[in-house]
Design a protein around this ligand. Structure first.
Ligand SMILES: [Zn+2]
Length: 372
């Protein structure tokens, strides 16, 4: 997958990434603080001081967001849910938590710790202020950070998915009605409502002359609304898949080829002649790996005559596979997580078929058409 991020390090083993869009907001925030905020809050400084304060504030603010996200991640890890990474982007931060929480109480704790952390940071900066009593630039920065972390905590409590408050809300509904899917739909629709509300308030602010704040609020509303819609759609797809097993969707296993066949021969005889897209590579009577068109394309064309299937394949022990009785949804999640388009379906050590994203899409279309 194409990534627009720059890795900046690891904390507690969790990679922290900067999305390119982050630079936009970092520059914008520094500029707003240096030109609009600090000259009013802290009179008598030089322009260089204001810019420096603006930049320091922006960095510490995003440091605060990392702490907020780390809090989510550490609680998730406590519930044995792996955390892939934390990404800072234009709207703040996001923790990529690899799976849905196991129960409502876990979801509640993972979500609520975020705003609580922001409030704790606000209190921390507030109580730091007296330390800077004689050094007004630091005092002004601490004041702003106390304020902004407080606002961040409050904003995140808004009960619309995907905000933390929306997750808290979902956890409560889930705890009451014991239906994760319905709870998610309710919280996501509430997220859409708040998204529209923010857009409305933002446009109204902008029309009244508060253009930058107004546009920003509207922009956040638009982001919330689209994230909530994506969640609703995902739930609908998931709902469509409920009860359907991998075995109903999987295609025939790929054909077997000997490990020493050259890629060129494979392309000529099987790919072009029969349109086959995947091959099980045998050594003797044992399957040792899987070769897909995707693997093939990674080898430069001039080397096809000299490269064997065994050299280009992915060894069987490195493949993630799925059981034919697994839920389709589980398979789809697994493919998404591993970034693959197809995977072998194995019963024990026996390969019984292949499941591809294409198969799933076709199956879903059919399901939708027959309306089950
Ligand atoms: Zn959060």
């Amino acid at each position: 997958m194409f990534r627009h991020t720059i890795p900046i390090g690891r904390i507690f083993g969790i990679p922290i990434d900067l999305d390119y869009s982050w630079f936009l907001i970092a520059v914008l925030l520094t500029w707003l603080l240096a030109v609009n905020y600090y000259p009013v809050e802290f009179k008598g400084g030089t322009s260089a001081e204001y810019w420096l304060m603006g930049a320091v504030t922006a960095v510490l603010f995003f440091g605060s967001i990392v702490v907020h996200e780390l809090a989510h991640s550490l609680v998730a890890i406590r519930f044995k849910i792996p955390v892939r990474r934390i990404t800072l982007f234009i709207f703040g931060g996001v923790s990529q938590i690899a799976a849905e929480p196991p129960n409502a109480s876990a979801e509640f704790q993972i979500a609520v710790v975020g705003p609580l952390t922001s409030f704790a940071l606000a209190a921390l900066f507030y109580f730091l202020e007296p330390l800077f009593g004689n050094f007004t630039p630091a005092l002004a920065v601490a004041k702003y950070l106390a304020l902004i972390n407080g606002i961040l905590g409050l904003f995140n409590l808004v009960p619309g998915f995907p905000l933390d408050g929306g997750r808290v809300f979902r956890a409560i509904v889930w705890g009451v009605n014991k239906n994760f899917r319905r709870a998610t739909l309710i919280a996501a629709n509430s997220g859409r409502f708040f998204g529209f509300l923010f857009i409305f308030v933002g446009v109204w602010q902008a029309l009244r002359g508060n253009v930058i704040n107004g546009l920003w609020t509207a922009f956040i509303g638009w982001f919330l609304e689209s994230a909530a819609v994506a969640q609703v759609q995902q739930q609908m797809v998931q709902g469509l898949m409920v009860g359907h097993k991998v075995s109903a969707v999987m295609g025939d296993a790929c054909i077997h080829v000997p490990g020493d066949i050259s890629l060129q021969k494979l392309v000529d005889q099987e790919v072009l002649a029969h349109g086959r897209r995947c091959f099980l590579v045998d050594r003797g009577d044992r399957v040792v790996g899987l070769l897909t068109l995707h693997n093939l394309k990674e080898i430069p064309r001039p080397s096809w005559t000299t490269t064997s299937a065994a050299q280009a394949m992915v060894p069987i022990e490195k493949l993630s596979s799925i059981d034919p009785s697994a839920e389709l949804w589980t398979a789809m999640e697994k493919m998404g997580r591993d970034g693959i388009n197809q995977m072998p379906v194995m019963r024990g050590n026996n390969l019984v078929g292949m499941l591809s994203r294409g198969d799933i899409v076709k199956y879903l279309q059919t399901l939708q058409q027959v309306g089950t």
